[in-house]
Design a protein around this ligand. Sequence first.
Ligand code: NAP
Length: 497
Amino acid sequence: MLMEKSDLFCHDLPSTFQPKIGKILVTGASGYIGGLLVPELIARGYSVRVMVRAASPANKERWPGAEITIADAHDYDNLKKALNGVDTAYFLIHSLLLGHKEFESADIEAAINFRKAAEENNIKRIIYLGGLGDSKSSLSPHLRSRIDVAIELSKGKVPATILRAAIIIGSGSASYGIIKHLVKNIPILPIPYWARTKCQSIAIRDVIKYLVGVLEKPETSGRSYDIGGSDILTYEMMLKILADLLNKKRMFIPFPYSAIGFYAYIGGLVTPVPSQITRCLMEGIKNEVVCRDDSIKEVLPFQPYPFKRAILAAMSREEQDKIHTRWSDAYPPGYMLAMKLHELQKLPRFRSSYSIFSKKPTSSLFQSICKIGGKEGWFNSNTLWRLRGVIDRILMGVGTSRGRRSSSSLRVNDVIDFWRVEDLKPEKRLLLRAEMKLPGMAWLEFLVTDQKENVNQLSVNAYYEPRGIFGMLYWYIFLPFHLFIFYDLIKEIEKQS
Ligand SMILES: NC(=O)c1ccc[n+]([C@@H]2O[C@H](COP(=O)([O-])OP(=O)(O)OC[C@H]3O[C@@H](n4cnc5c(N)ncnc54)[C@H](OP(=O)(O)O)[C@@H]3O)[C@@H](O)[C@H]2O)c1
């Protein structure tokens, strides 16, 4: 991922590059934390191997300077190969997106395989970022699972360094996304008793500094550390601070109803973060997550950000359109296994195509195409797009509120509302795959083709492969809207280019 020097976090880290450290494996690199760790390690001069589950031409572009290996932690043989020749490995695998019933067993299986494969390869160290929480108390399944993974990774011959954190505040983090949208979208916020639980959140920059810092301090091998920001606050206090910073007048009302399932459902509706994640995270709200031990400060003496500063840093990154990784990068789970348009044996059954001609240059037409969705909206018929998003959300789909990672840049696998970029050929083609709830599979393709005498053709193709009778009905119900949704869309794209 191309990150400017000023976007890196570790320039003032009280530790230095360790030339003796060999190849570093980063798992979970497509995730929020791993995606930010990789460029930091490369910038410091380390040799990095990135482990991802899906092969994609976009991988090289995303992690220039890193070796890419394809492996699933549930496939032992592949995992063993990924760890071959590795000095130190980061375990940043997390299966929350599998939801409530499956994530615990998936994560523990990944950890068992990882520990064994690390032993077989004689790697020197494992570094793991887990969760805070008192293991003796009754913890939520999510927090319990984070501790079980830490125990599993520490069992073997390879020494593990465990970092334990509460919620992480940063642009693109799911926790920050939830609290920000709660405050933005709900004028009267009900406060159940558990909103007064204490939490020591931490800024993403400090998490990355600790992850790199322990690598460069060999004495941290085999040890566990609590990491946190400089404030201990209740969730209610966090919401109030955020409301102030967002300049929103909000009423906070003590509320007797405390069922987490209800709040998670509401959270899933009013925030872009999917209900699987919202629920797993909210279940942990009843558990106090504060640092019990501050020995990390002796090893890596720097002042972590307080909550307010962490929020301001996240807001500033959003304003500057500098979000490099985001929870939506990996949502929905298994998106990489979805059928691609070119993988179909024949073209989808239905297709609507519209074209216009333009004298504007290819580059500006394409730039304008790449701005669709997110805050900019869909140029025209925005109400219809939003309505489709709301219906999708009610059906527990992804909805349109995922928005996009960046308003100015796009890469393969980026999310645009309820679409995902499947193919991107600069100045030629943008292909989006539908991730909304549909009785079939759908794609939206934008093409710019060079015609003679400085004229370009701008086209949009909507492809649809129905599933069963409802799939067919769906196509015919929406067909009359295509003309003014798609044709007007390209006309507007042309106008704005
Ligand atoms: N984010 C927070 O607020 C927070 C707070 C405290 C601690 N942590 C800890 O930080 C770590 C990383 O969290 P995150 O927020 O970066 O998670 P995330 O964004 O959900 O990313 C999870 C990563 O795990 C990968 N993964 C899932 N199953 C896998 C498998 N079977 N084999 C290989 N890779 C697999 C995913 O890859 P795909 O793209 O292929 O799905 C993705 O890259 C976790 O241990 C978490 O507990 C996070």
